[in-house]
Ligand binder design. Structure first.
Ligand SMILES: O=C(CO)[C@H](O)[C@H](O)COP(=O)(O)O
Length: 352
């Protein structure tokens, strides 16, 4: 087909832009699958070595400078809250005589490990750390701490873990990261179980902010039956199988600005570290006022492996109150809720 000059003019830039976009689109093998993960903190960002330009090139120096600036930048208020809670809880509950320590999952836990490392090599070399999943295993290994498993150490001195929400009686929802089976085992195995979180997780009733529902781990072949039971017998009509999402860069328009279109679509069910599926089942407020009953009813359904409701298990929950948030406790303090119902607001360690 012959194109006239003006048609050619209009078409060539489009074709070249299209080719540039094609070149930028990821190959199927480069598309990554996002299961719910922990946000990366600035401290965790490191320049990638050995990919692309050499380490001494301008680009990698720029990346290194950016990463180091980020690492020095003040934490945003929510990250600061997590750090306040984690540091205070470690200082109060991880004592030199503790030898077996459970490390939970979630975005607050990196600060737990950071603080434990700060206790020093001398005390840590005699300790063994038990992870609740892949993330905490990596944290333990990367921190150079001793790794163990709960089958070797069925009695744990203290386990520290995050939570999706904690109510005023210290019941909590866990399993936003699909780790609640191992988390519950480590919580039960521990003499002392401590929760750490930012202030958003401190609620009167479960299901206030964390509305996606109670995470329930099920054996894959039973998931449809358990879903029916939850919807029609236990009163959770919106119970759903948790799906992973696939994320890809789909379109970029590189003229005066770049338009990044992020396409999310389902990529199959989320599979736990134990090879099981996860169902999220929201319940009415009345069932969440004392969640022990619904927890026991769900657990009785055949095919259910574990329920992400932890009732009467924690000794204390630590919530960081980040600075600079309007309309909240904004003094950088830490609220501690105790098993016996006591609540105190304390100053965090001076070096947080
Ligand atoms: O229970 C969990 C994972 O199964 C986590 O502890 C919980 O989801 C909290 O995570 P985050 O701090 O990232 O919100």
């Amino acid at each position: 087909m012959l194109l006239c000059r003006s048609q050619l003019f209009r078409t060539v830039p489009f074709v070249s832009v299209f080719r540039r976009q094609l070149a930028k689109m990821p190959l199927p093998s480069q598309v990554h699958y996002d299961v719910p993960t922990t946000p990366i903190t600035p401290q965790q960002i490191k320049p990638v070595v050995g990919l692309g330009p050499s380490e001494s090139s301008g680009m990698s120096r720029l990346a290194a400078a950016a990463a180091s600036a980020l690492a020095k930048a003040p934490l945003d208020p929510i990250e600061q809250s997590k750090k306040l809670a984690a540091y205070t809880a470690v200082d109060n509950h991880v004592k030199p005589e503790h030898r077996v320590i459970g490390i939970g999952s979630g975005s607050t836990v990196p600060y737990v490990v950071e603080r434990i490392v700060q206790q020093g090599e001398e005390v840590n070399k005699g300790r063994v750390f038990i992870p609740t999943g892949f993330q905490s295993k990596q944290l333990i290994v990367e921190a150079g701490l001793g790794l163990g498993d709960v089958d070797q150490y069925p009695t744990i001195d203290v386990t520290l873990d995050g939570a999706d929400e904690v109510d005023h009686a210290l019941n909590c929802v866990k399993g936003g990261g699909a780790c609640h089976l191992r988390e519950k085992v480590l919580a039960e195995a521990a003499t002392t179980f401590i929760l750490v979180a930012d202030h958003r997780k401190n609620v009167q009733y479960l299901g206030t902010n964390f509305v996606q529902g109670v995470p329930i781990e099920v054996v894959p072949f039973a998931y449809a039956k358990v879903l029916q039971n939850l919807r029609h017998i236990l009163g959770s009509p919106k119970a759903t199988l948790r799906m992973a999402v696939k994320k890809g860069w789909f379109l970029q328009v590189p003229f005066t600005f770049e338009l990044l279109v992020n396409i999310f679509w389902a990529a199959g069910p989320v599979v736990s570290d134990n090879g099981n599926f996860i169902i999220d089942a929201p319940f009415e407020r009345e069932k969440m006022i004392d969640p022990y009953v619904i927890m026991a009813q769900i657990k009785m359904l055949t095919g259910v492996v574990e329920v992400g409701l932890f009732c009467h298990m924690a000794k204390a929950a630590y919530f960081g109150n980040s600075a600079s948030l309007p309309f909240r406790t904004s003094d950088g303090s830490v609220t501690v809720r105790w098993q016996d119902g006591q609540v105190e607001t304390i100053a965090p360690p001076a070096d947080v």
